[in-house]
Design a protein around this ligand. Sequence first.
Ligand SMILES: *Cc1c(COP(=O)(O)O)cnc(C)c1O
Length: 458
Amino acid sequence: MTDAQAEAAQGVPGPGRSGGRADAGDVRRRVPRTDVLLRDPRLAAAVERLGQAVVKEAVREAQQWARDGRVPPDRVPETALDLLPGTASGLRPVINATGVLLHTNLGRAPLSDAARQAVAEAAGPTDVELDLTTGVRARRGRSALAALRERVPAAGDAHVVNNGAAALVLAATALAAGKEIVVSRGEMVEIGDGFRLPDLLVSTGARLREVGTTNRTTAADYADAVGPDTGFVLKVHPSNFRITGFTRSAEVGELAGLGVPVVVDIGSGLLAPHPALPEEPDAATQLRAGAALVTASGDKLLGGPQCGLLLGDRDLVRALARHPLARALRVDKLTLAALEATLSGPPTPTARALAADPAGLRARADRLAAELAAHGIDVRAVDSTATVGGGGAPGVELPSAALSLPEPYAAALRTGRVPVVGRLEAGRCLLDLRAVPPADDERLAQAVRRARTEGGRA
Ligand SMILES: *Cc1c(COP(=O)(O)O)cnc(C)c1O
């Protein structure tokens, strides 16, 4: 659909059209009936693709637009077609212009094209648990697990569950139910939406043995607490806050000799050190330092699907994978497909966003601003600061560039045909480009042009 069509479909009531309201009764009679509309071949094809309920909903809305005088009655079929969602799911694709790379409310990491294709391929029957050569059952998701081990040679084995929280629950249940988990008071983290790791761990039947203080915990604090009742020592990366000043924490290497497993929840899913995020822990380094098990999320800095990674000592990981609870936490074939393609495919959108060069971002913002200003839009390119997000690297500021628009654009862009989520700063709506793939620039510009007709002018 062209811009002009979209604007016609949105049919902003202008002075000319509102005059037509006088003969509203006549307009009502001329709005096509639902059964007539559903016989339109284009809408009938949409029923095949999306199902009747979805198409009927679009038809009803288009009819209402005609009754309200937003479109002429003879444009109802086209309007219904325009209003159809891309898929039968209510989840809408959104452009993330918040400047938060991993935005939990926007589903954290966007999948790479390679991962999206792998998901589509795996959607039908697939050999997730069957060896096609021998025809017998095989280890579920073995190629994804092999890809994970290849990326982290220090891990004896790997297992995947539904998310980072599930990875911790599995470890706590299998290794510490009825026993103690020794953990620093500085690492009792709330992960978001009111969920707290200590509550999660206790829910498994493990007891927490808190050591140290909020700001300082030493290796000796752990050593004093470890005993026959210890299931494991837990290190949690404070992935969404920072404590600075008079602080101290013990390194994994200092705890590895205490005679109990050290489990490290790194959170973000970095498999190896990242040059731009020197303070962010990674799986390989933690395992080499002596961690028996590392847990992490798949949809944070790893840039993959939502899942939880368990990497570490071979026998330990095997035991976790065979624990009865593992069956309740197991991931589906779509996740395994996306994870493997994330691991072995080209750099993820998250990796590219992290690596984006500020001058390049500014050049994109300048170009977009010039193009939109030529349409009479009150827009300018500005320098901005992006962040990684709750998914990791707290406190890290990423220089970025943004389009600055009048504040009313924020709501108009959010509710547009292609929703764009920006952020409000000092009374302006900022569209930060760091998390926007360059390939989406044109869609972004189009969304801004449409938003202008929807109230951005105010
Ligand atoms: C994000 C995070 C979790 C929770 O992982 P989910 O994948 O969201 O379940 C646990 N621990 C840490 C340190 C985290 O950063």
